[in-house]
Write a new protein. Structure first.
Length: 317
């Protein structure tokens, strides 16, 4: 019988202990990140967030004026371990491809190589510094899938969202939090939760300093868009919604046009998520759209009966 020396076991124990400590640290930082706001100048918060993004996803566009950082699509590898635990998924995904490639899903190579006869997956993020001091950092992840024979990759939504998107989103959340930890303050406890497509609570304050029921309406609209639920979206659109500055108002025509344009509904969700401003009788999103010189998509919520609905969504000149 061969006896293994005890010294071969000790390194394994040490490695296991280090992995356990790292997982615990990730869970703690992730929890703190989701509950934090950042009390620093906008430039500090924005620049630190951008540095964290560039460390994981080096190709991106950024606009300090709007506080938004948008990464390009990056090809990823992932694990199919089946774990839905965010920290476990994060640890596994880091071990199986933490360095995302920079391939674009709109520029697929040919299929002559047998290795290319498999589906490929891509990820990108929208990172927004929103609110006012203290600032919040909102992170929205997107995943897409390319199959052989398709010209471009298709974005995955609703039930098709892959399990690894949450882990990658948590990874970026932690990276940004660690750069801003010195400025972190506990966020106020939300009195109401708004649910997004993966059933994770969204703090209503991401929509800005607007009435709570208006924030709930904004959350319901974003959720309906994320899961592509036209029935739920229709319920949040006013019958007399203005959808074009040159066309008669009407919800049915508006929804038909928005659904025909693959970018319009995403622009609506983004306008709401960027943060809104309230006036005496309406809520305008994004907040910058309240300026007379604003150009771009502008969404307006107004009171209809007991609640709020989308009463206007148009593109400025």
């Amino acid at each position: 019988m061969t006896t293994r020396p005890h010294r071969t076991i000790a390194p394994r124990i040490a490695v296991a202990a280090l992995l356990l400590l790292a997982a615990c640290g990730n869970k703690r930082d992730l929890r703190n990140a989701k509950q934090s706001i950042y009390d620093a100048d906008f430039a500090v918060v924005y620049n630190e967030a951008m540095q964290a993004v560039s460390g994981l996803y080096p190709r991106f566009d950024e606009d300090p004026g709007s506080g938004i950082i948008k990464t390009a699509w990056h090809q990823v590898t992932y694990s199919n371990g089946g774990s839905e635990d965010a920290a476990s998924t994060l640890t596994t995904n880091q071990a199986t491809g933490g360095q995302a490639g920079a391939a674009s899903p709109t520029q697929m190579p040919g299929t002559t190589n047998s290795n290319q006869l498999y589906k490929r997956y891509f990820i990108r993020f929208d990172v927004a510094v929103v609110g006012g001091r203290p600032w919040r950092v909102r992170i929205t992840g997107h995943a897409s899938e390319w199959s052989p024979g398709n010209a471009i990759a298709a974005e995955l939504r609703g039930a098709a969202i892959p399990h690894w998107l949450a882990g990658r989103t948590d990874e970026l959340t932690i990276a940004i939090y660690r750069r801003l930890k010195a400025y972190a303050r506990p966020a106020p406890v939300a009195e109401a939760a708004i649910v997004n497509d993966d059933e994770a609570p969204i703090d209503p304050s991401v929509f800005g300093a607007i009435p709570k029921d208006a924030a709930a309406a904004a959350g319901a609209i974003v959720h309906a868009i994320d899961v592509r639920d036209p029935v739920a979206l229709r319920a949040m659109v006013a019958d007399d919604v203005i959808w074009s500055l040159g066309a008669p108002p009407g919800a049915e025509a508006a929804l038909a046009m928005w659904q025909a344009d693959g970018t319009a509904l995403d622009a609506l969700a983004e306008a709401l998520r960027t943060g809104c401003v309230a006036t005496s009788d309406k809520v305008v999103c994004p907040a910058a759209a309240s300026a007379a010189t604003f150009t771009g998509w502008r969404a307006t919520l107004g009171r209809r009966g007991p609640g709020w609905k989308l009463v206007e969504f148009v593109r400025g000149d």
